[in-house]
Design a protein around this ligand. Structure first.
Ligand code: HEM
Length: 411
């Protein structure tokens, strides 16, 4: 196999953070998949290739299916992903990073709390919380949409599902961010130490909460998982890693898509007017926010056998990068793909992935978005951007604005 070397793909650059979509378009214009040496990965950028990979049962997330313990240890060392006892126990292993029977067993234990019916029951509680947040903004006519609003909602709601007391949720957000940051670009020892220390603190916190729920079960996910462990459906480490994953998975991503969704409405003011005039469009508008700026644009898979994609055979063990952010802008799948269309139908976007690992929290994320944007449009008059440029986070694995100052009139 002769990897291509002439690639102008710079996912860690400031230019990419500003606007990754021309880079993605250039990738899609190339034949087949593209080898990206820096990450040693074959990139799939077209919607059909991305879907094909994540729907293939011979594609897995965990290295264990294709490599022995020594090779895995060497790879971890090369990525500075080693010597992290708690991080490797509870973060590097998870429901998301397991496959086959282990994955199915773990997903089954928590799935029932995330169905549309169960999530729908949370609507009134989320609305009440969001109302108090908006009340706290009374008297102001300018805010940072991210820091003052978006950042407070997802962790708080997931915390409630899990059974974390409200007053502890801000701390969980900090732990969660400091652990997740180590998944992306900068694998320095300093960031590594922070990720391990915060995983340890998070672990101790969950141990304490678990002991409390064992003594006094409640109607929450923690109590449900305690019962699952008692019945032998998950072990202690799986319990902790699942609780951590659920608290972390929907945190940053929901904050990011709230920010980029708001930004999209500001960039396409006619779509915001359309949504104000017809609030029934909120469901399709939220779907479009996920398509337009997938907040988790990049994941990976390993092939467990030789596979043929785009006329080329890839050997067992090949690592593929699936670019959800690019697939969602593929004009072959979405007409006028770079346009934000609040009423886009159909809209089979892939921001939540597809196949075995399809996002567990997708209904919850959509409900959060629906409630926040519906409340925003009801409470605020004409909304405008109150900063000259909006800076997006750097990196390939996340997409979202760092801050987003908005102002409004009281029409
Ligand atoms: C903006 C919101 C969200 C986005 C864009 C998102 C996206 C994703 C994606 C793309 C995957 C699949 C990863 C892959 O293909 O390898 C995934 C998995 C997952 N998500 Fe989400 N997610 C969001 C919110 C949430 C929330 C709120 C929760 C909380 C419950 C959550 C929990 C999970 C879990 C547990 C998995 C692993 C599922 C499995 O492996 O079976 N996500 N998410």
């Amino acid at each position: 196999m002769s990897p291509s070397t002439d690639l102008c793909f710079a996912p860690l650059s400031a230019e990419f953070a500003r606007d990754p979509y021309p880079f993605y378009a250039a990738l899609r214009a190339r034949e087949g998949l593209t080898y990206y040496q820096d990450f040693d990965v074959w990139l799939a950028s077209r919607f059909t290739d991305v879907s094909r990979i994540v729907l293939d049962e011979h594609m897995v997330r965990s290295l264990e299916h294709i490599a022995g313990p020594e090779e895995i240890a060497a790879q971890k060392q090369a990525q500075n992903w080693h010597d992290m006892p708690h991080h490797s126990r509870f973060v590097q292993f998870s429901l998301l990073d397991s496959d086959g029977a282990v994955h199915d067993r773990l997903r089954k234990q928590v799935f029932k709390l995330f169905t549309p019916v169960m999530v729908g029951k949370l609507r009134d509680g989320i609305q009440a919380y969001v109302d108090t947040l908006f009340d706290s903004l009374d008297g102001r006519d300018e805010i940072d949409f991210i820091g003052d609003l978006a950042a407070h909602v997802p962790g708080h709601i997931i915390g409630r599902i899990l059974g974390v007391p409200d007053e502890d949720c801000p701390q969980l957000r900090i732990w969660s961010e400091n652990i997740v940051q180590f998944f992306d670009i900068d694998r320095s020892n300093e960031r590594k130490e922070l990720a391990e220390r915060n995983t340890t603190e998070f672990y101790r916190y969950l141990l304490k909460l678990k002991a409390e729920r064992e003594a006094n079960p409640e109607d929450d996910l923690m109590s449900l998982m305690i019962e699952a462990e008692r019945q032998g459906h998950m072990n202690h480490d799986e319990f902790i890693s699942t609780a951590m994953l659920i608290l972390m998975a929907g945190h940053g991503s929901t904050i990011d898509v709230l920010g980029s969704g708001m930004h999209a409405l500001l960039k396409f003011p006619n779509e915001m007017l359309r949504l104000r005039a017809d609030p029934g469009l909120m469901k399709t508008a939220v779907q479009e926010m996920f398509r337009y700026e997938a907040p988790l644009p990049f994941f990976h898979r390993y092939s467990t056998e030789d596979v043929e994609i785009g006329g080329r055979t890839f050997p067992r063990g090949t690592k593929f990068g699936v670019l959800y952010g690019s697939a969602n802008r593929d004009p072959e799948q979405f007409p006028d793909a770079d346009r934000f269309d609040a009423g886009r139908t159909p809209n089979w976007h892939i921001a939540f992935g597809r196949g075995a690992h399809f996002c567990l929290g997708n209904h919850l994320a959509r409900l959060d978005m629906d409630i926040i944007f519906s409340t925003l449009l009801k409470r605020f008059g004409t909304i405008e951007l109150a900063e000259d440029t909006v800076s997006y986070k750097r990196g390939l694995s996340v997409r979202g604005p760092q801050t987003l100052r908005i102002g409004w009139t009281a029409d």
